[in-house]
Write a protein that binds this ligand. Sequence first.
Ligand code: 13P
Length: 258
Amino acid sequence: MRRPYLAGNWKMNLDRRAARELAGALGEYLEANPASKDIDVGVFPASVYLDEIVRTMGGSRLIVGAQNCCDEEAGAYTGEVSVAMLRDVGASSVILGHSERRHLYGEADELIGRKVSLALLGGLDVILCVGETQEEREGGATEGVVATQLRGGLEAVSASDMDRITIAYEPVWAIGTGLTASPDQAQAVHAYLRGLLSSLYTDEVADSVRIQYGGSVKPSNAVELLSMADIDGALVGGAALTPENFIPILEAGLAAAV
Ligand code: 13P
């Protein structure tokens, strides 16, 4: 049984006060609900607020991570933030290969693979995102696309580091659109990805790696999605921005944990 992992990708939303209030509300929820020890909960604020959110949440079980990192260790890379800097402010994880990074900022698999290796080397856990566009799905290319993205992202990752990797399947057509992959559609891709992990590594690795679903997850669809055999959590955008929406998604995770 894989431990459900529910994560909120806050993207470029929330100001300092709103970020602190949301993290505080989640921390209080975890504290007040001992059963929540059966799930992992993460938040991924804008990098400028990481320091403050980590310090606010000190001692809580909330995972606090970054939404991106640089593919170089240090030096003349204007505007970038290094793995060491993220570690320095207390981040423990980083989201890499998100479709917004791939499609809006032109990040390719090779670059993402370099970021994944550097993040692991520097002590960050990684959520590696993969997912096809609407056009790719309609063209029957979904499996080929996610396979290339998975292989590229994990290019330099050894089996022994796979316990620090979470995969997030995020179909691009379902992100921020209100369209959600049906539980069966998502399950089919998750099962395919797990099979691929087994061929790239071992059955044990494939069995233990968590694969989150992301793309318009909300309280009304979370239970159904999380009840699927190979869906081990969610990477949530819009619905992770308020406790009113995110906490019911955590509850769905808890229900899936039993
Ligand atoms: P939405 O939940 O807003 O569709 O975003 C999903 C996402 O991109 C999470 O990384």
